[in-house]
Design a protein around this ligand. Sequence first.
Ligand SMILES: Nc1ncnc2c1ncn2[C@@H]1O[C@H](COP(=O)(O)OP(=O)(O)OP(=O)(O)O)[C@@H](O)[C@H]1O
Ligand SMILES: [Mg+2]
Length: 327
Amino acid sequence: MSSSAQTILDVRDLHTHFFLRRGVVKAVDGVSFTLRKGEVLGLVGESGCGKSLTALSVMRLLPKGAARTVQGEIVLDGENILKRTPAQMREIRGRKISMVLQDPQTSLNPVFSIGDQLREALLRRGPAKLKEIMKQAVAALRRVDIAAPEQRIGQYPHQMSGGMKQRVVGAIAISGEPEVLIADEPTTALDVTIQLQYLKLLKRLQRENGMAILFITHDFGVVARMCDRVAVMYAGRIVECGPVKQIFEAPSHPYTRALIASVPKMSGARGRLTAIDGQPPSLMDLPVGCRFASRCAHVEQRCLEAYPGTTQIGADHTADCWKTGSI
Ligand SMILES: Nc1ncnc2c1ncn2[C@@H]1O[C@H](COP(=O)(O)OP(=O)(O)OP(=O)(O)O)[C@@H](O)[C@H]1O
Ligand SMILES: [Mg+2]
């Protein structure tokens, strides 16, 4: 399963930092992962560990100002998009890779109708007659289960419910038929039944279009439902990655173990992460050794002295821990 022919997105040793007057915040500090064609890869980890910044780095949509990707490669379908110009990136976004932002409400423009916003996205596929585009826009809304799309198309975001807006954002994100979709906590703002509907919808679209999804979430229930593999992030790095079943049944990194142990009841399919004792290190002052060392029950001297590097545990399972296999 590790054949590079199947890889659609290969992120290698990515570093994105905030350069502030009081110091450098290493929000993404050596992130590597691959996303394969047609799979759903979960990205989990505590708040502030760098999940959204990783996604925004891949999209080349960093917050304006202090943030900069200073190292690494982002290879999308064989080309390093860090070398692309902003104009080339506008071509790539929407058509090859697309993202549903953590707060989708803010990605719709309140002064344009839903139809206008979809039309703009659809036009990125190439020039087309207005009538044809409107037909496609109606079809796009129908695909995300919006009832009476012919009427909805003329409405404005404030005339829609939260769940509907979310589906419109989803429709816009996939309208260019991208090969990769990044979904950053796409259901956090929704109530439970709507969440479930939306997840089913994403899964269906992923199957229909053979799209690969990088799915960012706090919710292990969602991971179990949606993902093929999962990458666990801690303090700016991915510390464990493997097939969902293996990560749930035999987590290797003590941080992953703590995360899974902190989920109230896995059998109940839902559960948000509760706190693990202690705090992650400051991203302005990262330790030289393992970043989890100060919270780890298995810590020993070498953990404090040097970063462990990545150990291959199984064919498709890796962890960054000195004690892999011995705890
Ligand atoms: N504008 C900013 N200036 C300085 N630091 C920032 C800024 N935005 C984010 N950060 C830092 O970058 C780190 C990573 O942020 P990011 O939004 O990627 O976290 P996250 O894992 O997505 O968290 P959450 O689960 O809460 O969404 C945070 O710890 C934060 O302190
Ligand atoms: Mg985030």
